[in-house]
Design a protein around this ligand. Structure first.
Ligand code: GRF
Length: 320
């Protein structure tokens, strides 16, 4: 599969979930590839396994390194052009600035049916609570431990006589089924045109005095008062024979447009159907779309299009 999402796995130990993710990625139609395995313990057994399987690894050491460790990790992730981080038995509390930087792009697996039994020793907690069902959860990583949005779960029965160990062994089998499936769904959902339109819409409508309107059937967003509003963003959804999902945005003119397309022809294109206009196409159906970059573009296009009374307000706000 071309253009797979580039995933980094962070581990602290044996890495059996890591192995499940690596082996699932060997299928031709798997939408992700494991581009890096690293963690906080240079001698974690999982790292040697990953290396033996031909995956790039990095033996980082977190012994009291604090900020230096997180900086080195970020550099490695940037160098490997990582789109998504999958935590798999990574035993570090992650600093808030790192979580914020990877918001919406970092997932974790936890051996319980969250929100029940977060934190360590979840199997003991399940048995102590007398539960008859437990399971595993893949979730987005947020500031609070084991509490980000749930992406998928699998149930596992608790049997009479189960111990924490016997339960852990069975839940682990379920984890290995769940994680590759949910990670695949997660990285492909960002290619789904409906998801992309909703995402662009959220960013566009966060700008002042904007509204949704279709333009020749395509979702679009306008700025200004209802009597004189203008489009500042229009979706380009695989039409006129071109298989792509993109957003059209206003540039400053033909020169800028030509420069952008020459510099990054995979990212920008001239929407032929619009003739010699100032609209440029920004492709969104690629792995690792930089949504901050899209938000900046929407804001720029908004500023190019909005009436002076609105852009004046924005400039005043910027000065504070
Ligand atoms: C798994 O149970 C996972 O749910 C939890 O840590 C354990 C890691 O095991 N977060 P492994 O290293 O993947 O074998």
């Amino acid at each position: 599969m071309a253009d797979r999402a580039r995933v980094a796995i962070l581990i602290s130990g044996r890495g059996s979930n890591m192995a499940a993710l690596i082996y699932a990625a060997r299928a031709d139609d798997c939408p992700y590839e494991i581009a890096l395995v690293t963690g906080d313990k240079p001698d974690a057994p999982g790292l040697s396994l990953a290396r033996a399987e031909g995956i790039d690894i990095l033996r980082l050491d977190d012994k009291s390194l604090g900020a230096t460790y997180w900086k080195a990790l970020q550099e490695a992730l940037d160098a490997a052009r990582i789109d998504t981080i999958a935590l798999a038995g990574f035993m570090r509390i992650i600093p808030t600035d790192f979580v914020a930087r990877w918001a919406g792009r970092m997932v974790n697996i936890h051996p319980s049916l969250l929100p029940r039994h977060p934190g360590l020793r979840s199997h003991d907690a399940v048995l102590a609570a007398g539960e008859t069902t437990t399971g595993a959860t893949v979730h987005l990583v947020s500031d609070q431990v084991d509490s980000g949005a749930i992406l998928g779960q699998v149930e596992v029965a608790v049997l009479p006589g189960d111990t924490a160990d016997s339960l852990a062994t069975r839940v682990l089998i379920a984890e290995h089924q769940l994680y590759p499936r949910i990670l695949s769904e997660f990285v492909t959902r960002e290619r789904d045109p409906d998801w992309i339109v909703a995402k662009v819409g959220g960013l566009a409508l966060a700008l002042p005095e904007t509204r949704f309107k279709t333009s020749h059937g395509a979702p679009g967003w306008k700025v200004g008062s209802p009597s004189s509003d203008k489009f500042f963003a229009i979706m380009w959804l695989s039409h006129h024979g071109e298989e792509s999902t993109a957003v059209l945005l206003k540039t400053s003119g033909q020169d800028e447009m030509a420069q952008l397309i020459a510099a990054e022809p995979d990212l920008y294109f001239r929407p032929a159907y619009y003739g010699p206009s100032d609209w440029i196409g920004l492709r969104l159906d690629r792995a690792g779309v930089g949504w901050d970059h899209v938000a900046e573009w929407l804001s720029r296009s908004w500023q190019t299009t909005a009436p002076p009374r609105l852009t004046r307000l924005l400039r005043v706000a910027d000065e504070f």
